[in-house]
Design a protein around this ligand. Structure first.
Ligand SMILES: *Cc1c(COP(=O)(O)O)cnc(C)c1O
Length: 236
């Protein structure tokens, strides 16, 4: 008997629950975002029908495309990859969360769009996470950790951008021990940033952990995990 997407989902949810328990939490404290970038629209549809409503894409154009194909379903879309400023306007109405605010210029573009009348009259503005380049990998997007205190202190000038936390990816090298160090560093950075946070801004969300390292990320405090291949590999 072949594995189905529902089996994969159950397996991943069990692993999330076990890791949550090891960190003194429950599965309900961790949000699973299923990253569909390797999956067909049909596989993504099957996953939503199996009750996984948070879907993520790393490319805005692919997100637009899949959102249109699944428009009849109650999907909460997450953008987890780089957002070009000229794609802000079309992306904002489609998503519940942008995990990947990676420059001040993009934050300013989000502010302009979120403050505009069109956006204000539409649904609630999506939550925004600041992407941090925790591994120091030059090929990765994100703010350098050292930039973050200045950025967070200036969030007051972006009153319409609901910043809720941080996102990071572990180094591709070094295995789980390095990943754990990267994730712990992101959590500690978040804890330090709380003292410079403008009033009304909370940094409660930590989006960290992918198929290869999500259990370690949860043990280190992740509130959101972004999982693609563990769900779809060999199926989609
Ligand atoms: C592709 C991707 C993921 C999921 O990766 P897997 O290793 O397949 O789970 C998570 N986050 C981001 C930003 C991605 O681009």
């Amino acid at each position: 008997m072949g594995t189905t997407l529902a089996d994969r989902l159950a397996e991943v949810r069990q692993r999330i629950a076990d890791a949550a328990q090891r960190s003194g939490r429950t599965a309900a404290d961790i949000r699973l975002v299923a990253v569909t970038k390797y999956a067909s629209a049909e596989a993504a549809r099957a996953l939503v029908q199996a009750c996984c409503r948070d879907l993520g894409e790393s490319r805005p154009q692919e997100l637009w495309h899949k959102a249109a194909q699944l428009a009849d379903l109650p999907v909460r879309w997450h953008l987890v990859g780089h957002l070009q400023r000229n794609k802000v306007r079309r992306t904002l109405p489609l998503v519940r969360m942008i995990h990947s605010a990676d420059s001040w210029r993009l934050l300013e573009a989000l502010q302009r769009e979120m403050a505009s009348a069109e956006q204000a009259s539409a649904r609630q503005a999506p939550d925004v996470l600041l992407e941090v380049n925790i591994s120091g990998d030059a090929a990765k997007h994100g703010f350098a950790p050292g930039e973050l205190p200045g950025v967070v202190a200036r969030l007051e000038s972006l009153p319409d951008v609901p910043v809720r936390g941080l996102m990071g990816m572990a180094s591709a090298e070094g295995g789980l021990a390095t990943a754990r160090r990267n994730f712990a560093a992101l959590r500690e950075l978040r804890d330090r940033l709380r003292s410079v946070c403008p009033r009304g801004t909370s940094l409660d969300e930590l989006s960290m952990g992918m198929s290869g390292d999500f259990e370690v990320a949860i043990e280190e405090g992740a509130t959101i995990v972004r999982i693609g291949s563990a769900l779809f590999e060999g199926i989609a």
